[in-house]
Design a protein around this ligand. Structure first.
Ligand code: HEC
Length: 197
């Protein structure tokens, strides 16, 4: 009985202590302030275990399809490259200032895990739901699953791309550009200049 009372009292003091620390305002929430190594590894374990658990039943489509890789590219450039970088770009305002740092998806060792089934499931989950209080947005709020899988497929091939290949795979062929190239062809055949050479 004495032991139980002692344990309850310790828990009570710990809770009151925690409230006192939190409400005093001394906890620094600035993104330019690093966690202690213990807190960092605690939060990292919580994130990794949470994502692994939540994503384990997700069915992974065939991510080797070429059209999937190419449709993911334009979305990656528009929505992700600012934080997760691209070939030849080592740092951006976002990548330098966020904490925790957005992983650099042009690096082979970062991408390796997404080649496995569990890694693809976890990558997809993180893209769809985001990661709380980290700066990683939940893209599922505005994008369907096919588009997010295409980004997983693209990320998996990103470390193999050089700058030119990246530009080619990420350029969005919108209606204006298609119209322009069509007009160009028409002009060539109109004045017949192509025939002279
Ligand atoms: C505003 C910056 C920002 C943008 C834009 C952004 N992310 Fe992130 N992303 C982050 C940060 C920061 C993390 C790391 C969070 C953490 O470590 O807890 C992250 C984590 C991830 C992860 C999980 C990595 C892991 O180790 O579990 C994936 C996958 C991911 N992002 C994919 C994307 C994709 C795809 C896009 C574009 C659709 C994107 N992100 C856009 C900031 C961003």
């Amino acid at each position: 009985m004495k032991f139980l009372l002692g344990a309850l009292f310790t828990v009570f003091v710990a809770i009151v202590g925690m409230f006192a620390v939190v409400s005093s305002g001394i906890v620094n929430v600035g993104a330019d302030q690093e966690h202690s190594p213990m807190m960092y590894s605690f939060l990292e374990t919580a994130r990794n275990r949470s994502i692994a658990n939540a994503s384990k039943d997700i069915i992974v489509p065939d991510l080797e399809q070429v059209d999937m890789i190419s449709t993911g590219g334009a979305d990656y450039k528009d929505m992700c490259a600012g934080c997760h970088l691209s070939p030849g770009v080592e740092s951006t305002d976002f990548s330098a200032s966020l904490y925790p740092k957005p992983p650099n998806f042009t690096k082979t060792d970062v991408i390796e895990r997404y080649q496995t089934k569990a890694g693809a499931q976890q990558g997809f989950w993180a893209i769809k739901h985001g990661i709380m209080a980290s700066g990683m947005p939940a893209w599922g709020a505005s994008h369907d699953d096919d588009r997010m899988w295409a980004m997983v497929a693209f990320i998996r091939s990103l470390p193999d791309l050089n700058e030119n290949q990246y530009t080619m795979l990420t350029t969005r062929l919108d209606d204006d550009m298609l119209d322009m190239s069509f007009d160009g062809d028409m002009n060539m055949s109109d004045d017949g200049s192509g025939m002279q050479h």
